[in-house]
Every structure is written in structure tokens, then in C-alpha cells.
Design a protein around this ligand. Structure first.
Ligand code: FES
Length: 402
């Protein structure tokens, strides 16, 4: 079929185009010399979705007795919406404990839909010999004002990357991102099939048992299988989440595996998953933090073990001289000194704590190496995952959350 071109209108368009710059210059000359409005809508939108921090009030505290945990319901202090998040993301909570300024990342356990009402929920489980978790469980009370970060992390479903069937392997409080994903599927915000294999020690220990049962009843895309390691009970699987169990509940064809739980669970599950021959891109795991036993890592320079180093921390015009233990990340030493340094993931991945190593040496464990090649080349470290090997001078960016 012959094509017809509008010669007249094309010529007019070209004329308009050639006079574009002249017209723009004339418009600029005619415009009033007012200050530019700093609050452009695009910037406001960016701040809404990616706030540096959010001021929240603790509006409710829910105890999970058998699981030794509490859910904290945070509500935006000014009554506005909370930053929208993808189910599976986390927020970083700022804490002031005995002169230390620390942050802790917690997966959000509520539906993204609740962010519209200004609500974000996290669940904190008690940790033996812990620092932040026991503090929060003992001291947080209704009405307290706290600061949390905007949503962070990439542990969410992405249809371009993940299979439409997801097997979630959860241990203990590692269930929280999957509860949020289940709510998001139920609420029509996500569209994939989610089978949760949830490991707990006993029936009494199962966190969110009623909530998980209820959401699975409401939506046939969600299935929950409880696996008890320390007792045998009718209606539950028994033992650990191994290759055989995954196969039993996995669908025909391709599926993704998402994991969230304690380190011991990862170590065990990763070996079992290897037996299934699943493509690497279909295996995802939530961040774990850094090791507490750095000296036991094979490539750790053993001569540094047990030493204490002098660290000069430069933030803008301020300088702080602190001590840092070789077996702790530099960030921990900075926080203990009450210095407000930025951090989010505390696993070496997000880059929020990225700092210039002016002098000295630090060790980053392989599994926490999240720096760009150029950063490694030009002497940048992520203090949350960098252990001091000598006296050091570092330039740290200032923190928004103080
Ligand atoms: S806090 Fe994320 S890389 Fe350090």
C-alpha cells in the first residue's frame, strides 16, 4: 500500500524545530528574575519514595510469647504515608544505647499497602548475648518516637529475574520478609506463587502461625509448610529443610528459591540446594550481616587477631580519635564512640557507609565484598564489613539519621 506523507505539516514542524532555540532564549529573556523554586515536584516525589529517614511513633507492640519476639507497629509521626516499599525490603532502625549511636536493619513484615496508612511493622526476636535486640525488646514502649530509614534492599520478587513459582526457605524470624510477600500477593501487589517452608524448633516456637494460616486460606497462590526440628507432630513436617523436602513441595519445571534465616540454616540449606541442580540465578538469599569470628576465616591475616588499633575518623571538619578492635568491623568502633556515621545493610552491600581509607589497612571478608572495582582500586572501604589490620585514618560521610 502506498504511504502518504503530510509534506505541509512536516515542513511546518521543521520550521518550528529550527526556531526552538531562538524562541527559548526569547522566553528566558522575558521571564521574571525570581528565585527558582527549590521544591520541584520531581524532587518532592523522590524524597517521598526515598526519604533519608522517617520519623515514626510506636503505635502498638505485639508479643509473640513462644517465639520470644515482639512486633513493633510504627506509624508516621506526622500522619502522612510511609515510603512505599517492595515486599521483602528492610528498614534500618536508629538506636541510641548508652552513648552509642547504632543502626539495625529489620525486614518489614507488613503489607506494602499499609504504608499508605503510614504503617510499617518490624519483628524483633531476642538474641542471646545480643546488643540491639534485647534493648529494643526491653525499652521500646508505645508512644516512643524513633527514626527509621527509607525502604532498602533487593530481596524482593522481580518477574524479569525470578521464576513465577518461588520456594521460600525461612528460619525463625527469617519468616518476616515472606509474610510481607504473602500479604502483597493477597493484596494484588505481587503476582507469583509462594510456597513457604518454615523451619521452627517446636510448634510453640512458630512465629506468625495464625497470620500465615489465615493468609494462605485467603489466597490460593500461597502455601505454608511448617517444619519442626525438635518435635514430631501430626500436620507438620519433621527435621530440617533438605533437598528431599524441597523436591516434595516444588512444582514441576522452573522455580526460584529465596532464603532468609540464621547463618547455620544458610550453610545447611545451600549444600542441600546444590543437590537439586538449580541455576544460580534462581537462588537468592537475604543479607546476613558480618561474621562474629573473623579470625577463623581462611584468608584472614592471623597476625592482626586480638590487636587494638588507633583510628582517626574524619567527618567534614570534625576529627575523632578512637580505638578499634581487630575482630570488629570499623563501623562498630565508630558507633560505640557515639559518632553519627551512615549505615543501612551492615553487610557490605548497600554502600551507604562507603568511606575513604586515607591510610592504613583493612580486611573485608569475601562474602561481604560489595565494593565496586574502582572503589577497591582507589582505596574506599565499607566500614560495616571492614576489619582493621593496622592504625587507620578514614574519611566518613556524615549521617542523616542522628
Ligand atoms: S551499611 Fe551497607 S555497605 Fe555498609
Amino acid at each position: 500500500m502506498a504511504m502518504k506523507f503530510g509534506v505541509k505539516s512536516t515542513a511546518a514542524d521543521i520550521k518550528k524545530f529550527t526556531s526552538l532555540i531562538t524562541n527559548r532564549e526569547a522566553a528566558i529573556r522575558k521571564a521574571k528574575a525570581n528565585d527558582i523554586n527549590p521544591s520541584f515536584r520531581i524532587n518532592e516525589l523522590a524524597r517521598k519514595y526515598h526519604p533519608d529517614y522517617q520519623k515514626m511513633i510506636i503505635s502498638e507492640i505485639i508479643s509473640h510469647e513462644g517465639a520470644d519476639a515482639k512486633t513493633f507497629v510504627f506509624k508516621k509521626a506526622d500522619g502522612s504515608e510511609a515510603a512505599f516499599f517492595r515486599a521483602g525490603q528492610y528498614v534500618s532502625v536508629l538506636l541510641k544505647i548508652d552513648g552509642s549511636l547504632v543502626t539495625r536493619p529489620y525486614s518489614i513484615c507488613s503489607s506494602p499497602l499499609e504504608a499508605k496508612q503510614g504503617i510499617v511493622k518490624i519483628t524483633v526476636r531476642n538474641v542471646k548475648d545480643g546488643f540491639a535486640a534485647p534493648y529494643m525488646l526491653e525499652n521500646f514502649k508505645i508512644g516512643d518516637e524513633i527514626k527509621i530509614s527509607g525502604p532498602e534492599g533487593t530481596f524482593y520478587y522481580e518477574e524479569l529475574r525470578d521464576a513465577e513459582n518461588v520456594i521460600a526457605i525461612a528460619g525463625g524470624s527469617g519468616i518476616t520478609p515472606f509474610l510481607s510477600m504473602a500479604y502483597a500477593i493477597r493484596d494484588g501487589l505481587e503476582d507469583f506463587n509462594l510456597t513457604i517452608l518454615f523451619g521452627s524448633r517446636t510448634e510453640e516456637n512458630i512465629l506468625f502461625r495464625n497470620e500465615l494460616e489465615a493468609v494462605a486460606k485467603e489466597c490460593d497462590k500461597i502455601k505454608v509448610v511448617n517444619v519442626l526440628s525438635d518435635e514430631k507432630k501430626k500436620g507438620y513436617e519433621n527435621g530440617f529443610i533438605n533437598a528431599k523436602l524441597i523436591k516434595k513441595y516444588a512444582p514441576e519445571g522452573k522455580y526460584s528459591i529465596f532464603m532468609c534465616g540464621p547463618e547455620a540454616m544458610y550453610r545447611f540449606a545451600e549444600k542441600e540446594i546444590e543437590k537439586l541442580g538449580i541455576e544460580k540465578k534462581f537462588i537468592r538469599r537475604e543479607l546476613l550481616g558480618v561474621t562474629k569470628k573473623v579470625a577463623s576465616l581462611e584468608d584472614y591475616p592471623k597476625e592482626a587477631a586480638g590487636k587494638v588499633f588507633d583510628v582517626k575518623v574524619i567527618i567534614g571538619e570534625n576529627e575523632y580519635n578512637i580505638k578499634a578492635n581487630a575482630d570488629e568491623p570499623v563501623l562498630a568502633a565508630i558507633e560505640k564512640a557515639g559518632i553519627p556515621a551512615p549505615s543501612r545493610c551492615r553487610s557490605g552491600e548497600c554502600g551507604w557507609c562507603r568511606s575513604k581509607l586515607v591510610s592504613g589497612n583493612a580486611y573485608t571478608p569475601k562474602e561481604n565484598e560489595g565494593r565496586r572495582f574502582t572503589d577497591i582500586e582507589f582505596g574506599y572501604i565499607h566500614p560495616c564489613a571492614a576489619f582493621p589490620l593496622s592504625d587507620m585514618v578514614i574519611e566518613v560521610p556524615g549521617s542523616y539519621m542522628k
